[in-house]
Design a protein around this ligand. Structure first.
Ligand SMILES: Cc1cc2nc3c(=O)[nH]c(=O)nc-3n(C[C@H](O)[C@H](O)[C@H](O)COP(=O)(O)OP(=O)(O)OC[C@H]3O[C@@H](n4cnc5c(N)ncnc54)[C@H](O)[C@@H]3O)c2cc1C
Length: 230
């Protein structure tokens, strides 16, 4: 059976002996040609969703150092570096760990850089993960600035449908963060990563008055890491 990977969505500074996961339960209409086939239930996510307290799970923690493609996906060592995060749905998982880490650093008196979270979901009351708990608290503390895109309620997110639309809408803040030496992160499906990358290229073209090729070259110089789920 294929291994399913899940990003750790907590920080060791929150609890060095626990990790949390944040996952979407995969359920889609089947593509079968037969009449009324049962829905396709994802093996790993439905297994996790049906676990009960006390169940034992066969799993391994994989350190990002063992995988060069994910090694870059970590907070900058200097806690005062600004961070800009782009994600949708359960793509918030590693971002939550990042923000939790900075919250703990700040609580211990360390100066931490500004964090902006661009987050896409369907509607605030449907699937805006952690909105009423962690995110509310981090915003209240002035640690986090949240820019949302609600695909079913764009009227509540400045007319933005998907996260990349919000990135474009708020591009002045993205450019300002870049000029302040920010690190950028994208996490989620390949569609999210593709949309955000295309938007970042458009932002660079506009800000630097350059063409596609030059924008692509400049994007490579930015501290930008991605974690793609599929
Ligand atoms: C580095 C990394 C980190 C990740 N972190 C997270 C995370 O933090 N949170 C999270 O939620 N996920 C995460 N994922 C995704 C996760 O690993 C799983 O892929 C996801 O949970 C789905 O797995 P599943 O076993 O439930 O579904 P599966 O049993 O694997 O079924 C899904 C697959 O079914 C196929 N399929 C899709 N639609 C249909 C259809 N209509 N008919 C037939 N077949 C279809 C597709 O091939 C699809 O990939 C991560 C992935 C990677 C690579």
């Amino acid at each position: 059976m294929r291994v399913r990977q899940y990003s750790i969505s907590s920080s060791p500074l929150w609890n060095s002996r626990h990790v949390s996961l944040t996952f979407s339960v995969f359920e889609r209409p089947s593509l079968s040609i037969y009449d009324s086939p049962p829905p396709l239930l994802g093996v790993g996510s439905n297994y996790l969703a049906n676990l009960l307290p006390g169940d034992r799970v066969l799993m391994a923690v994989r350190h990002c150092k063992s995988n060069p493609s994910t090694y870059a996906f970590r907070l900058p060592e200097d806690a005062s570096t600004p961070v800009v995060m782009f994600c949708a749905g359960s793509g918030i998982a590693p971002m939550r760990g990042f923000i939790q880490e900075r919250a703990a650093q700040r609580a211990s008196g360390c100066e931490v850089g500004k964090m902006i979270l661009f987050f896409g979901c369907r509607a605030p009351e449907l699937d805006f993960l952690y909105a009423e708990t962690d995110i509310r608290e981090w915003v209240r503390l002035g640690l986090l600035d949240v820019r949302s895109a609600f695909s079913r309620k764009p009227q509540e997110s400045e007319g933005c449908v998907y996260v990349q639309h919000r990135v474009w809408h708020d591009r002045a803040d993205v450019v300002a963060a870049y000029k302040n030496g920010a690190s950028f992160f994208t996490c989620g499906s390949s569609a999210v990563a593709k949309g955000v990358k295309a938007t970042l290229l458009e932002i660079i073209k506009e800000a630097e008055n350059c063409d596609d090729t030059e924008a692509a070259t400049r994007l490579k110089t930015i501290k930008y890491a991605t974690e793609i789920f599929e």
